[in-house]
Design a protein around this ligand. Structure first.
Ligand code: TXA
Ligand code: MG
Length: 320
């Protein structure tokens, strides 16, 4: 096999139909895709990522009509959300059909569905003719990949192919909303903000994630260390009198003053969308043994900033 296993759209579709797993670009992060109907392909996804099977997968479609292949008892609210924000960075939780294997949903009676906007993701789903289960294409608990090179660095020797679609435009995982309870509930913040959900649905609830080891994860990152780089990253106030290690680097945001000069800036103008598209790439770039500590400037906890704060809090060590 050539290495890394760079793959074309049609070769990816062929491999997926043959039950293999292939990394594909989406607008949020790269996904590790496999046939959502095929337990053996799903098992390969869990094995390649070293992901525990209590963490369920998102199923990707390329047409709203495909929803009925996967989900049942679909409420009108799902179609209203789909009209507003699909294709795009939104995942909807719905009651699952029996054809979706338990391995895909960690035996939950519900399934997570997303219609990505990335043209290459859509082309691969269409050409394979399959709904594709795809978690982020990283090892479990590592930072999600936003370039094909990030995928290759972690998974090249474990998977059948990688399709390079360039850097991801959104840069954090999709917003997840559950429509299975009494009230629509946001399980994971992302680029579709609670305000955007409320605009379509009226009132929405936001779930605070709590850890329940061994139970199916209803929202990701219930493991506290979910998005953690190897170099300690700290997101919070620096205690008075604390001496920074010699090789500290700083991910700045906007023009705020920091304890050391900015190493990189998420957005010089304080643009939250630009910051989102760059955060994981910076976390990958600065995750080098020559550094002792990564500091990140505070980011307002509003709009898509809620997704950044959520990921940064999980990535951060608890104290300096
Ligand atoms: O943007 C994204 O969503 C990316 C790209 C590849 O589409 N995928 C992604 O997948 O972030 P992953 O595996 O990293 O996150 C999937 C999360 C799980 O951790 C789980 O908490 C939630 O989706 N999930 C999946 N099925 C669920 C279900 N039936 N009920 C509640 N949450 C579910
Ligand atoms: Mg993930």
């Amino acid at each position: 096999m050539k290495f890394p296993p760079w793959t074309s759209v049609s070769e990816a579709a062929r491999l997926l139909k043959a039950g293999e797993v292939v990394a594909i670009p989406t607008e949020t992060v790269y996904g590790l895709a496999g046939n959502a109907f095929e337990p053996k392909a799903l098992a390969k996804i869990f094995a390649a990522k070293e992901r525990p099977t209590f963490d369920p997968l998102i199923v990707h479609i390329a047409d709203i009509a495909q929803l009925t292949d996967i989900a049942k008892d679909i409420p009108d609210s799902a179609y209203r959300l789909a009209e507003a924000y699909w294709p795009g960075p939104m995942t909807i939780i719905l009651p699952k059909k029996d054809c979706i294997p338990d391995l895909c949903t960690s035996a939950l009676p519900s399934v997570a569905v997303r219609f990505p906007s990335h043209p290459i993701a859509q082309a691969i789903i269409k050409e394979s003719g399959l709904p594709l289960a795809a978690p982020s294409a990283n090892l479990f608990k590592h930072v999600s990949p936003t370039t094909a090179e990030h995928v290759a660095a972690q998974l090249a020797d474990r998977i059948a192919g990688i399709v390079d679609g360039g850097p991801c435009s959104v840069g954090v995982e999709s917003s997840i909303i559950s429509l299975t309870g009494e009230k629509p509930t946001v399980l994971r913040p992302g680029a579709i903000t609670p305000e955007m959900f409320a605009k379509v649905l009226g009132d929405v609830a936001i779930k605070e994630s709590t850890s329940k080891p061994g139970q199916p994860m209803l929202a990701p990152g219930q493991c506290d260390t979910h998005y953690r780089p190897q170099v300690p990253l700290y997101y919070g106030e620096i205690p008075v009198g604390y001496t920074l290690p010699e090789h500290t680097v700083r991910i700045a945001f906007g023009t705020q003053a920091g304890p050391i000069p900015a190493t990189v800036n998420l957005s010089a103008t304080g643009d939250m969308v630009e910051a989102t598209s760059k955060l994981y790439a910076f976390m990958h770039d600065l995750d080098k043994t020559e550094y002792d500590l990564i500091l990140v400037d505070p980011i307002p906890n509003t709009g898509v900033g809620m997704a950044l704060n959520d990921r940064l809090k999980r990535a951060s060590i608890k104290r300096l």
